[in-house]
Write a protein that binds this ligand. Structure first.
Ligand SMILES: [Ca+2]
Length: 269
Protein backbone atom coordinates (compact mmCIF):
# COMPACT_ATOMS: atom_id res chain seq x y z
CA UNK A 1 0.00 0.00 0.00
CA UNK A 2 1.68 3.26 -1.05
CA UNK A 3 1.75 6.21 1.35
CA UNK A 4 -1.39 8.27 1.17
CA UNK A 5 -0.44 11.69 -0.06
CA UNK A 6 -2.24 15.02 0.03
CA UNK A 7 -4.49 13.92 2.81
CA UNK A 8 -7.37 16.21 3.70
CA UNK A 9 -9.98 16.05 6.43
CA UNK A 10 -12.99 13.83 5.96
CA UNK A 11 -16.17 15.72 5.18
CA UNK A 12 -18.68 13.27 6.55
CA UNK A 13 -21.63 15.13 5.05
CA UNK A 14 -20.00 14.82 1.66
CA UNK A 15 -19.38 11.12 2.31
CA UNK A 16 -23.05 10.65 3.05
CA UNK A 17 -23.89 12.37 -0.20
CA UNK A 18 -21.44 10.39 -2.29
CA UNK A 19 -21.92 6.98 -0.68
CA UNK A 20 -24.78 4.63 -1.40
CA UNK A 21 -27.35 3.77 1.24
CA UNK A 22 -29.15 0.53 0.37
CA UNK A 23 -32.24 -0.93 1.98
CA UNK A 24 -32.26 -2.20 5.58
CA UNK A 25 -29.62 0.38 6.44
CA UNK A 26 -26.83 -1.38 4.56
CA UNK A 27 -24.13 1.16 3.91
CA UNK A 28 -21.94 0.84 0.83
CA UNK A 29 -19.07 3.26 0.90
CA UNK A 30 -17.99 5.18 -2.18
CA UNK A 31 -15.05 3.53 -3.88
CA UNK A 32 -12.59 6.28 -2.95
CA UNK A 33 -12.78 8.05 0.38
CA UNK A 34 -10.06 10.50 1.40
CA UNK A 35 -8.53 9.40 4.68
CA UNK A 36 -7.18 11.92 7.09
CA UNK A 37 -4.99 10.43 9.76
CA UNK A 38 -6.55 12.29 12.64
CA UNK A 39 -10.08 12.21 11.33
CA UNK A 40 -9.88 8.48 10.65
CA UNK A 41 -8.95 7.99 14.28
CA UNK A 42 -11.91 10.09 15.36
CA UNK A 43 -14.47 7.99 13.49
CA UNK A 44 -17.33 6.42 15.38
CA UNK A 45 -16.55 3.58 17.74
CA UNK A 46 -13.78 3.02 20.22
CA UNK A 47 -10.45 4.72 19.60
CA UNK A 48 -7.19 3.90 21.31
CA UNK A 49 -4.66 6.74 21.25
CA UNK A 50 -2.37 5.59 24.11
CA UNK A 51 -1.65 9.19 25.15
CA UNK A 52 -2.21 9.34 28.91
CA UNK A 53 0.19 7.36 28.47
CA UNK A 54 -1.50 3.99 28.77
CA UNK A 55 -1.92 0.81 26.80
CA UNK A 56 -5.67 1.38 27.40
CA UNK A 57 -6.34 -2.31 27.95
CA UNK A 58 -4.14 -3.63 25.17
CA UNK A 59 -1.82 -6.31 26.57
CA UNK A 60 1.85 -6.41 25.59
CA UNK A 61 3.46 -9.88 25.55
CA UNK A 62 7.12 -9.75 24.61
CA UNK A 63 7.52 -13.49 25.22
CA UNK A 64 5.08 -14.43 22.45
CA UNK A 65 5.95 -15.91 19.11
CA UNK A 66 8.78 -18.05 17.82
CA UNK A 67 11.56 -16.13 19.62
CA UNK A 68 10.18 -13.88 22.35
CA UNK A 69 12.52 -11.18 23.64
CA UNK A 70 10.23 -8.70 21.93
CA UNK A 71 10.39 -4.92 22.11
CA UNK A 72 6.76 -3.78 22.13
CA UNK A 73 6.29 -0.77 24.43
CA UNK A 74 4.59 2.58 24.78
CA UNK A 75 6.84 5.22 23.24
CA UNK A 76 6.65 8.93 22.53
CA UNK A 77 9.07 9.12 19.61
CA UNK A 78 6.43 9.08 16.91
CA UNK A 79 2.66 9.32 17.02
CA UNK A 80 -0.35 10.60 15.13
CA UNK A 81 -2.02 11.76 18.34
CA UNK A 82 0.31 13.42 20.84
CA UNK A 83 2.34 11.97 22.00
CA UNK A 84 2.40 8.19 22.56
CA UNK A 85 1.98 5.16 20.34
CA UNK A 86 2.61 1.42 20.46
CA UNK A 87 6.17 0.83 19.30
CA UNK A 88 8.31 -2.20 18.46
CA UNK A 89 11.88 -1.00 18.78
CA UNK A 90 13.89 1.42 20.87
CA UNK A 91 12.70 4.85 19.79
CA UNK A 92 13.66 7.08 16.91
CA UNK A 93 17.37 6.94 17.67
CA UNK A 94 17.44 3.18 18.22
CA UNK A 95 16.70 0.00 16.38
CA UNK A 96 15.09 -3.37 17.01
CA UNK A 97 18.41 -5.18 16.78
CA UNK A 98 18.80 -7.52 19.76
CA UNK A 99 22.35 -8.70 19.34
CA UNK A 100 22.41 -11.50 16.81
CA UNK A 101 19.14 -12.97 18.04
CA UNK A 102 15.69 -12.95 16.50
CA UNK A 103 12.88 -11.39 18.52
CA UNK A 104 9.09 -11.44 18.48
CA UNK A 105 6.15 -10.23 20.51
CA UNK A 106 2.49 -9.31 20.44
CA UNK A 107 0.04 -6.66 21.57
CA UNK A 108 -3.52 -7.89 22.07
CA UNK A 109 -6.62 -5.71 22.15
CA UNK A 110 -9.38 -5.85 24.74
CA UNK A 111 -12.15 -8.18 23.61
CA UNK A 112 -15.01 -6.54 21.79
CA UNK A 113 -18.18 -7.59 20.06
CA UNK A 114 -18.50 -6.99 16.34
CA UNK A 115 -22.03 -5.65 16.02
CA UNK A 116 -24.24 -5.76 12.96
CA UNK A 117 -24.29 -1.98 12.93
CA UNK A 118 -21.08 -0.07 13.36
CA UNK A 119 -17.86 -1.61 14.64
CA UNK A 120 -17.31 -3.48 11.42
CA UNK A 121 -13.91 -2.13 10.60
CA UNK A 122 -10.55 -1.60 12.21
CA UNK A 123 -8.60 1.52 11.35
CA UNK A 124 -5.11 2.34 12.48
CA UNK A 125 -2.13 4.46 11.56
CA UNK A 126 1.21 2.75 11.07
CA UNK A 127 4.79 3.88 10.53
CA UNK A 128 7.32 1.20 9.69
CA UNK A 129 11.05 1.07 9.02
CA UNK A 130 12.20 -2.51 8.43
CA UNK A 131 14.71 -4.25 6.21
CA UNK A 132 14.28 -3.78 2.48
CA UNK A 133 13.07 -6.65 0.36
CA UNK A 134 16.26 -7.18 -1.60
CA UNK A 135 17.40 -10.52 -0.29
CA UNK A 136 15.42 -13.08 -2.18
CA UNK A 137 11.97 -12.06 -1.07
CA UNK A 138 11.91 -14.00 2.18
CA UNK A 139 9.35 -12.47 4.62
CA UNK A 140 11.67 -11.28 7.37
CA UNK A 141 10.54 -8.60 9.82
CA UNK A 142 6.86 -9.42 9.54
CA UNK A 143 4.19 -7.16 11.05
CA UNK A 144 0.81 -8.88 11.22
CA UNK A 145 -2.72 -8.04 12.37
CA UNK A 146 -4.69 -11.16 13.30
CA UNK A 147 -7.84 -12.32 15.04
CA UNK A 148 -6.87 -14.16 18.22
CA UNK A 149 -9.80 -16.57 18.27
CA UNK A 150 -9.39 -17.84 14.70
CA UNK A 151 -5.80 -17.03 13.79
CA UNK A 152 -7.10 -15.27 10.69
CA UNK A 153 -4.48 -12.93 9.31
CA UNK A 154 -6.11 -9.64 8.35
CA UNK A 155 -3.00 -7.75 7.30
CA UNK A 156 0.69 -8.49 6.98
CA UNK A 157 3.71 -6.65 5.67
CA UNK A 158 7.30 -7.95 5.65
CA UNK A 159 10.72 -7.05 4.30
CA UNK A 160 9.57 -4.16 2.13
CA UNK A 161 11.59 -1.35 3.70
CA UNK A 162 8.55 0.14 5.43
CA UNK A 163 6.45 3.22 4.83
CA UNK A 164 9.17 5.57 3.52
CA UNK A 165 9.16 7.87 6.51
CA UNK A 166 5.41 8.50 6.34
CA UNK A 167 2.42 7.28 8.29
CA UNK A 168 -0.08 5.08 6.51
CA UNK A 169 -3.76 4.86 7.41
CA UNK A 170 -5.00 1.27 7.14
CA UNK A 171 -8.59 0.05 7.23
CA UNK A 172 -9.41 -3.63 7.70
CA UNK A 173 -12.81 -5.22 7.16
CA UNK A 174 -14.21 -7.01 10.22
CA UNK A 175 -17.63 -7.77 8.78
CA UNK A 176 -16.75 -11.48 8.63
CA UNK A 177 -16.89 -11.43 12.45
CA UNK A 178 -20.31 -9.85 12.95
CA UNK A 179 -21.90 -11.50 15.95
CA UNK A 180 -18.57 -12.65 17.38
CA UNK A 181 -16.54 -11.38 20.30
CA UNK A 182 -12.92 -11.15 19.25
CA UNK A 183 -9.52 -9.82 20.22
CA UNK A 184 -7.16 -8.30 17.67
CA UNK A 185 -3.47 -9.24 17.87
CA UNK A 186 -0.65 -7.08 16.54
CA UNK A 187 2.53 -9.12 16.11
CA UNK A 188 6.05 -8.47 14.96
CA UNK A 189 8.63 -11.15 14.24
CA UNK A 190 12.16 -10.42 13.01
CA UNK A 191 12.40 -14.12 11.99
CA UNK A 192 16.20 -14.02 12.29
CA UNK A 193 18.93 -12.06 14.03
CA UNK A 194 20.48 -10.06 11.20
CA UNK A 195 19.47 -6.90 9.36
CA UNK A 196 17.51 -5.68 12.35
CA UNK A 197 19.23 -2.29 12.52
CA UNK A 198 16.05 -0.43 11.63
CA UNK A 199 13.75 1.77 13.70
CA UNK A 200 10.81 -0.62 13.70
CA UNK A 201 7.06 -0.25 13.99
CA UNK A 202 4.76 2.41 15.42
CA UNK A 203 0.98 1.96 15.60
CA UNK A 204 -1.32 4.72 16.80
CA UNK A 205 -4.98 5.71 16.92
CA UNK A 206 -6.48 2.27 16.52
CA UNK A 207 -10.19 2.62 15.97
CA UNK A 208 -12.93 0.05 15.73
CA UNK A 209 -15.72 1.78 13.96
CA UNK A 210 -18.19 1.93 11.18
CA UNK A 211 -16.90 0.59 7.88
CA UNK A 212 -16.51 3.67 5.74
CA UNK A 213 -13.51 2.67 3.69
CA UNK A 214 -12.76 -0.27 1.42
CA UNK A 215 -10.71 -3.05 3.03
CA UNK A 216 -6.97 -2.62 2.67
CA UNK A 217 -5.13 -4.71 0.12
CA UNK A 218 -4.08 -7.94 1.70
CA UNK A 219 -7.06 -8.21 4.03
CA UNK A 220 -8.25 -11.79 3.99
CA UNK A 221 -10.81 -12.57 6.71
CA UNK A 222 -11.65 -16.23 6.89
CA UNK A 223 -8.19 -17.56 6.16
CA UNK A 224 -7.35 -20.74 8.03
CA UNK A 225 -5.38 -20.38 11.26
CA UNK A 226 -1.73 -21.19 10.80
CA UNK A 227 0.22 -23.68 12.87
CA UNK A 228 1.81 -20.75 14.65
CA UNK A 229 -1.47 -19.09 15.53
CA UNK A 230 -1.23 -15.39 14.89
CA UNK A 231 2.37 -15.69 13.68
CA UNK A 232 2.02 -16.81 10.07
CA UNK A 233 3.88 -19.96 9.11
CA UNK A 234 7.11 -19.06 7.38
CA UNK A 235 8.24 -20.98 4.33
CA UNK A 236 11.62 -22.72 4.38
CA UNK A 237 14.27 -20.40 2.90
CA UNK A 238 15.91 -21.53 -0.30
CA UNK A 239 19.64 -22.25 -0.52
CA UNK A 240 20.13 -18.95 -2.33
CA UNK A 241 18.28 -17.09 0.42
CA UNK A 242 20.39 -18.81 3.07
CA UNK A 243 23.59 -17.91 1.22
CA UNK A 244 22.53 -14.28 0.96
CA UNK A 245 21.66 -14.33 4.64
CA UNK A 246 25.14 -15.52 5.55
CA UNK A 247 26.50 -12.41 3.82
CA UNK A 248 23.92 -10.29 5.63
CA UNK A 249 25.26 -11.46 8.96
CA UNK A 250 28.32 -9.34 8.27
CA UNK A 251 26.67 -6.62 6.28
CA UNK A 252 23.97 -6.15 8.88
CA UNK A 253 26.40 -4.63 11.33
CA UNK A 254 28.09 -2.37 8.81
CA UNK A 255 25.41 -1.41 6.29
CA UNK A 256 26.95 1.99 5.69
CA UNK A 257 30.19 0.51 4.40
CA UNK A 258 29.04 -2.39 2.29
CA UNK A 259 26.64 -2.39 -0.60
CA UNK A 260 26.01 -5.76 -2.19
CA UNK A 261 24.59 -5.90 -5.70
CA UNK A 262 20.93 -6.84 -5.92
CA UNK A 263 19.91 -10.46 -6.31
CA UNK A 264 20.30 -11.53 -9.91
CA UNK A 265 23.35 -9.40 -10.57
CA UNK A 266 25.76 -11.24 -8.32
CA UNK A 267 26.97 -13.64 -11.00
CA UNK A 268 27.15 -11.13 -13.80
CA UNK A 269 30.34 -9.54 -15.07
CA1 LIG B 1 -1.16 8.55 20.30
Amino acid sequence: MPPIMNQRPIDRRKMLRTGVLLGAGTWVAPSIVPIDIVSAAAASGTTYSFDTPSTEGWVIDNTAGPSGGGLWKLDNSRSTSASYSLHYGNGSSGSYRTGNSASSGTVTSPSFSVADTGDQSMMFNIWREVEPGDRGGFPYDAFTVSVQQTGDVLYTRAADGGTSGAWEAVTLDLSAYIGSTINIVLSFDTVDGVRNHYEGIYVDDICFGRSVNPPAAGAAPGAAPSANGYFPTQPEPTQEQLALRALDGFEGDYPEYIELPPVGEKTEG
